[in-house]
Design a protein. Structure first.
Length: 635
């Protein structure tokens, strides 16, 4: 038996099983950025009892954990095997527990005319007579034809309910039609229930769900959580790799996300006082790997050149087949995808921002672990994506964390004293730094002259918050006396490097796309920056570090979770679904890896703001002004 603290949850241990696997079975999540490959060191647990029943520390553990940690009982959950069947007690320390992320659920959304895929029709059915004995279904379809002008097929789940519904309703029934082509539900008499739909955004890191009243078009509840697949790897590639590593792995991932969606469905329904059986339709968006995995489609070839998706067109599948607990006859509509690395979420972004209808040249950047970029206007749209990594979501940063309570979300540095001032989410004691403050930190350190354009700490600069120890340099943002973890929160040289790599990927993707299309930063009249991370970013600081080309700031708009908005629009209107399929046909995909300039562009973009400062005249003016003022003050 293995007991997990602090939850007190217990599961029967199996010999040869890893602690990480046993935790998953117990429904407990442990951070595992590398998907259990022993690379990230984030799955640290502390063995509190029964250590003799575990395998001895592996070479990987000896490399990753210090001697002190090993003697305190620290182990890597993905490396430690259950060697014999005795009682084991394992504590999952705070830093190894996944964070509940503060999520953006709302985003820019364009109004649509209500025309959902499902509608309810009430019909009066003729009774059969002895002279003319017709089947229940024939009589039902005859009545429906009078009402809607065609004879839909009768879905199997509805078919089983036909005889009782007709008679219980005394020959009046309410049927729910899907696309006017199929009866998906039948209830006796006049409707007593509402008609709802669920729009879901399946992100690599997060899930967001919107419960929508399909008769009024109103969103009645939202719910969000981490994508439970995160325990199997934090990025798209490690998830795909996981599906290839063993039989049944794809199904494990598929089930994990389905269960996550079911939890959000229940949470949203409870909040709105709606039964899940009243939810008759669902739309879903996600990047291509998330889309394929949710549908149970092997994503293997998405990760292999030339990265083809298995399917681009929209997919309609019964919710029951996927295990999503909507009304038993309901369908799930997965929006179409553009390419292997530009998925249905990017399609939803396009629909919500409306850049496919813009006369003006527009840019859309959806920042996440994978960043999608779309450029153009109604005549021409080109999309690409880049692996920007999880740095802006707090991973790979020493004290990085997601945007949850206790995360430092803004940082300012006094250019005279070099002392930082910060603000945390929830105004509580800090326990880490989230993406927006990670950008602030780099920009403010650059403005204050703590680091140079190459991102390294200035050698000769001394200040109370700059600490040099054992050849490493770090900037203390919050001393341990102020933090809830009792540890200093710092930005290290390695963190700055991670930030430089992430922002360079976004800049390079955007600039190559612009160059290929002959578009200069000043030609861009509208720039939409989307994503849960985007809303908390200071646009000027993002530009100071060179995250995207120098577009006039007044043209930059942070638009929130537009992937969720697009999914909701498609839920409200079948016209939007048709439009999505058309947009996919119009968007050209550009594979960045194949661009001969990618490497050199990327290298130049790692500088702050860029190795060619003439690309950022305004930023250079800001930096000069700050430094002049600083020199005056110091004088
Ligand atoms: S080291 Fe164990 S999950 Fe990464």
């Amino acid at each position: 038996m293995i007991t997990f603290l602090p939850y007190g949850r217990r599961v029967e241990a199996r010999r040869g099983e890893k602690i990480l696997e046993a935790a998953l079975e117990a429904g407990i999540r442990i951070r595992s950025l590398c998907g259990g490959r022993g690379l990230c060191g984030r799955c640290r647990v502390i063995v509190r009892g029964g250590g003799e029943n575990l395998s001895p520390p592996s070479e990987t553990e000896k490399r990753t954990l210090s001697k002190d940690e090993l003697s305190e009982g620290f182990r890597l959950a993905c490396q430690t095997e259950i060697a014999s069947l005795g009682d084991i007690v394992v504590e999952i320390p705070f830093e190894s527990q996944p964070y509940k992320q503060r999520l953006l659920t709302g985003g820019l959304e364009r109004p649509v005319q209500l025309k959902p895929a499902v509608r309810r029709v009430v019909v009066k059915v003729r009774k059969p007579t002895l002279k003319n004995v017709e089947s229940d279904v024939d009589l039902l379809l005859e009545a429906l034809e009078r009402e809607v002008g065609n004879r839909p097929r009768v879905g199997y789940e509805a078919l089983k309910r036909v005889p009782s519904a007709i008679r219980e309703g005394e020959w009046t029934v309410s049927v729910v039609l899907w696309m006017d082509r199929e009866i998906i539900s039948i209830e006796p008499g006049r409707p007593r229930k509402g008609l709802y739909g669920l729009a879901v955004d399946v992100g690599t890191t997060k899930l967001a769900a919107f419960l929508v009243d399909l008769e009024s078009g109103e969103t009645v509840a939202t719910a969000s959580d981490m994508n439970p697949q995160i325990s199997y790897g934090e990025d798209v590639i490690s998830r795909i790799s996981y599906t290839l590593e063993g039989e049944g792995h794809l199904e494990k991932l598929r089930r994990a996300v389905t269960e996550g969606i079911n939890r959000l469905l229940r949470e949203a329904c409870e909040a709105a006082g709606v039964e899940p059986s009243m939810v008759y339709d669902m739309t879903v968006v996600g990047n291509t790997a998330m889309h394929h995995i949710f549908l149970g489609i092997p994503p293997r070839y998405v990760s292999l050149s030339p990265y083809p998706p298995v399917v681009r067109s929209p997919v309609d599948v019964k919710a029951k087949e996927l295990g999503v607990e909507l009304n038993v006859g309901a369908y799930v509509h997965a929006l179409p995808v553009i390419a292997g690395f530009v998925g249905a979420d990017a399609v939803a972004d396009i629909l919500a921002t409306g850049i496919h209808e813009e006369e003006a040249t527009s840019l859309l950047i959806d920042i996440g672990t994978n960043t999608e970029i779309v450029l153009g206007c109604r005549d021409e749209l080109t999309a690409c994506s880049c692996a920007s990594g999880p740095a802006f979501e707090g991973a790979h940063i020493t004290h990085g964390m997601r945007a949850v309570e206790g995360a430092i979300e803004r940082i300012w540095i006094d250019p005279e004293t070099l002392e930082p001032v910060y603000k945390t989410i929830g105004d509580v004691e800090p326990r880490g730094i989230c993406g927006s403050a990670i950008i602030d930190a780099a920009a403010e350190m650059l403005k204050a002259g703590i680091i140079g354009a190459d991102g390294t700490f200035k050698r000769d600069l001394e200040a109370p918050n700059i600490r040099r120890e054992g050849g490493t340099v770090e900037f203390v943002v919050a001393p341990k006396e102020e933090t809830s973890t009792g540890k200093d929160i710092v930005i290290t040289q390695r963190d700055l490097r991670e930030i430089q790599l992430a922002k360079a990927a976004i800049y390079t993707g955007t600039s190559i796309l612009m160059r290929r299309m002959g578009i200069k930063p000043r030609d861009i009249e509208k720039a939409f920056i989307a994503g849960a991370f985007g809303n908390y970013v200071d646009p000027e600081n993002a530009q100071i570090i060179g995250m995207y080309p120098e577009i006039p700031l007044e043209r930059v708009r942070f638009v929130g979770n537009t992937a969720g908005s697009g999914a909701r629009m498609a839920l409200l209107s079948t016209d939007v679904r048709r439009l999505a399929a058309e947009v996919v046909r119009r968007v050209r995909y550009l594979e960045l890896g194949a661009d001969p300039d990618f490497q050199s562009e990327f290298l130049k973009a790692t500088h702050l703001p860029h190795m060619e400062p003439e690309r950022f005249p305004n930023v250079m003016r800001i930096l000069k002004k700050v430094r002049k003022a600083d020199l005056r003050k110091r004088a």
